[in-house]
Design a protein around this ligand. Structure first.
Ligand code: NAD
Ligand code: MG
Length: 390
């Protein structure tokens, strides 16, 4: 029986993780859940999965949860409730948990993921922002403590699955596939007027708001290039991206001998989540089978980085290193929020990120404090630019 903590249980990945857990009650037991402010859904999850500890992001949500009539009415033991960054970090590192699924969105996932790494939990990483901001530190902490990091992101899970049994030296390159998002093929002029609602409508995946916008700008693929760099330890030149609008091939390895291995399945995050939970075993019937005869043609094209420059910004941040990837991430978070709130148009997202990156005085990303300082600086800088209508 694996004992599981889910960070971000009320989000898209968190809910899919609980779907997998619910199907295999003889294999998995939820012992800890953390969420932001959605205490209603968290209460339902507590009633269904009976965790020992739960944590929410702030004191108001803590009180709402503690006083919730629905929670008091439950016949099961009420879990211990914690709050704030400390409460979430201590849940991530709770004794007795075997595996932590790190699925908080954005930089808020950084400290809890580090807490899980330091507490030597196996960490299933969905929160790619942790690796973007602090990939080298996360890896050195994992090495120091002997912690296993498993990918949950579908592309990285695909590469991880294909890499099984092969030496890194036999990999010529890895090709991360990208759906291209809802605006594939649109011109910059057409993108001027797209609404947040249309940007949130991803053609193949159902995801949280932030990653949906990141998919539409191609920033998600940029963040994934950085994530792959750390997870697989390959040089930047060996990490490529191809747009594959059908999202059936989740990524590809090209080997030195000219052969390729790819992982295919329905686009459903329950697949990579289940693989991380059960690794190295595989569970039964997690995904609907592919209907091979009726599959649409599988097509591939180069990403249009002139219209969607965020992907190039991520390569640039990774090449320059230091605190720049953290600045890329933080300015993106602010710009995406401003777009969702109707403050800026879609095309202003890369404009803000580029300007913040250009004005950053890079520092070595030697410790968490330096990274958080850069994150904070970039947020303030991005907000300042929003105020000046950049
Ligand atoms: P989401 O917005 O649906 O859920 C985010 C979760 O984090 C929620 O439970 C929310 O309450 C919690 N949260 C938000 N802010 C918080 C804070 N300040 N403190 C504590 N908790 C907070 O996001 P998602 O789509 O599930 O994505 C989660 C992570 O997984 C992201 O890093 C994303 O890039 C990655 N990911 C998602 C998918 C997907 O299909 N959704 C696929 C691959 C990777
Ligand atoms: Mg992905």
């Amino acid at each position: 029986m694996k004992r599981i903590v889910i960070l971000g249980s009320t989000g898209s990945i968190g809910k899919s993780t609980l779907d997998v857990v619910a199907r295999f009650p003889d294999r998995f037991k939820v012992v800890g859940l953390t969420a932001g402010r959605n205490t209603g859904l968290l209460t339902e999850q507590i009633r269904q999965f009976h965790p020992e500890i739960v944590a929410v992001s702030d004191e108001k949500s803590y009180r709402a949860l503690r006083d919730s009539p629905a929670l008091r009415a439950t016949s099961a033991t009420v879990p211990e409730i914690r709050f704030g960054v400390d409460g979430i970090c201590s849940t991530a590192s709770m004794p007795g948990a075997d595996i932590v699924i790190s699925a908080i969105v954005g930089a808020a996932g950084l400290l809890p993921t580090f807490a899980a790494i330091k507490a030597v939990k196996t960490v299933g990483i969905a929160n790619k922002e942790t690796l973007v901001m602090a990939g080298a530190l996360a890896l050195s902490e994992a090495r120091l403590h002997g912690t296993t990091l498993l990918p949950v992101d579908s592309e990285h899970s695909a590469i991880f699955q294909c890499m099984h049994g092969y030496e890194k030296a036999s990999v010529e390159k890895i090709i991360l596939t990208a759906s291209g998002g809802p605006f594939i093929g649109k011109t910059a002029e057409e993108l001027e007027t797209v609404s947040p609602g249309s940007a949130l409508k991803h053609p193949n995946w159902s995801m949280g708001q932030k990653i949906s916008i990141d998919s539409a700008t191609l920033m998600n693929k940029g963040l994934e290039v950085i994530e792959a760099y750390y997870l697989f330890g390959l040089p930047i030149g060996k990490i490529d991206v191809l747009v594959h609008p059908q999202s059936i091939i989740h990524s590809i390895i090209e080997f030195t001998d000219g052969s390729y291995m790819a992982q295919l399945s329905q686009p459903d995050m329950k697949g990579p989540i289940a693989y991380a939970l059960s690794y190295p075993a595989r569970l039964c019937s997690v995904l609907k089978p592919l209907s091979w005869e009726t599959l649409p043609g599988l097509t591939f094209q180069r990403p249009d980085t002139a219209t969607f420059p965020c992907l190039s910004f991520a390569y640039e941040a990774l090449k320059k290193g230091g605190t720049l990837p953290a600045v890329l991430n933080a300015s993106n978070e602010i710009a995406v929020r401003a777009f969702l709130d109707g403050i800026i148009g879609f095309n202003k997202i890369p404009v803000i990120i580029e300007k913040v990156m250009a004005s950053h005085l890079m520092q070595p990303a030697g410790d968490i404090a330096a990274i958080l300082e850069a994150d904070n600086w970039a947020r303030e800088e991005a907000i300042r630019m929003l105020n000046f209508k950049c």
